[in-house]
Design a protein around this ligand. Structure first.
Ligand SMILES: C[S@@+](CC[C@H](N)C(=O)[O-])C[C@H]1O[C@@H](n2cnc3c(N)ncnc32)[C@H](O)[C@@H]1O
Length: 239
């Protein structure tokens, strides 16, 4: 596992562990981020258009999608159980707001099952770190975006190596201790949070990767209190 790739057996184990987090996913996230996760989700929502077709890659149990009030939403995840839970949560909320039904699609970022230029915006929250081939996933993201479309992603921050050590300690001591209340220490699936964070790259690594892929107007913002970064990029405008 490194800043660009996760090997097949590690990724399969990671996916099993992610599935095991479903029952306490939001509870642990709120605790881990001192309640800031809702604010970061709102910041992502504010960067997305309210009209047009939006794709969320790695929707998990629907924690972001349920409050997204956009016109047309497609939620993608490789784990069928994530999609099932998300559907039960997001569908009724959108219906109560009089919005269109969501399309739930099983798949991975690295092989998006969509036509070229089919989305006005794409977002990914706390999922990019888990993609097994980040360059391939970003190339696919760019492919499905319409010209001028926006891509927004958020992940735990790692500004530099020292910041990475502090983040690692936070996850290892604070988050894992809390998560262990719900699991025994051997089976605690949250240990994968620390593992994927340890091999995750820095903010600049992914600014460069987004630019290498062909995204334009790439930016990254460390958000208060320094625990998360939001990256943004646009697909080139048509000639
Ligand atoms: C931690 S959850 C994030 C859930 C949600 N987006 C949120 O805001 O909390 C990460 C999700 O990314 C998904 N994921 C992992 N690898 C992926 C890949 N290669 N392509 C797309 N999604 C992936 C996982 O299945 C998991 O449901």
């Amino acid at each position: 596992m490194d800043a660009e790739r996760i090997g097949e057996s590690d990724w399969n184990e990671l996916q099993q562990n992610l599935e095991a987090t479903i029952p306490v996913y939001d509870k642990v996230n709120r605790f881990a981020t001192l309640g800031q996760v809702s604010r970061w989700r709102r910041m992502v929502r504010e960067r997305l258009p309210s009209s047009g077709r939006v794709l969320e890659i790695g929707c998990g149990p629907g924690s972001f999608a349920e409050d997204f009030e956009g016109e047309e939403l497609v939620c993608l995840d490789p784990i069928p159980e994530m999609l099932r839970v998300a559907e039960g949560r997001v569908g009724p909320k959108r219906e109560s707001r009089g919005e269109s039904a969501v399309e739930f699609v099983e798949g991975t970022a690295e092989e998006l099952p969509f036509e070229d230029s089919s989305f006005d915006a794409v977002c990914s929250l706390f999922s990019f770190r888990d993609w097994f081939d980040k360059r391939a996933g970003l190339a696919e993201t760019l492919r499905v975006l319409k010209p001028g479309g926006v891509f927004v992603m958020v992940e735990p921050a790692k500004v530099n190596r020292l910041h990475g050590v502090m983040g690692w300690l936070w996850m290892r001591l604070w988050v894992s201790s809390y998560a262990r209340l719900f699991y025994n220490s051997e089976s605690n699936p949250w240990k994968w949070l620390t593992k994927t964070y340890a091999s995750f790259g820095t903010t600049k690594d992914y600014v460069r990767m987004l630019e290498d892929t062909g995204f334009e107007q790439v930016s990254a913002k460390l958000v208060f209190p320094g625990m998360a970064t939001i990256w943004q990029g646009r697909s080139p405008e048509a000639e």
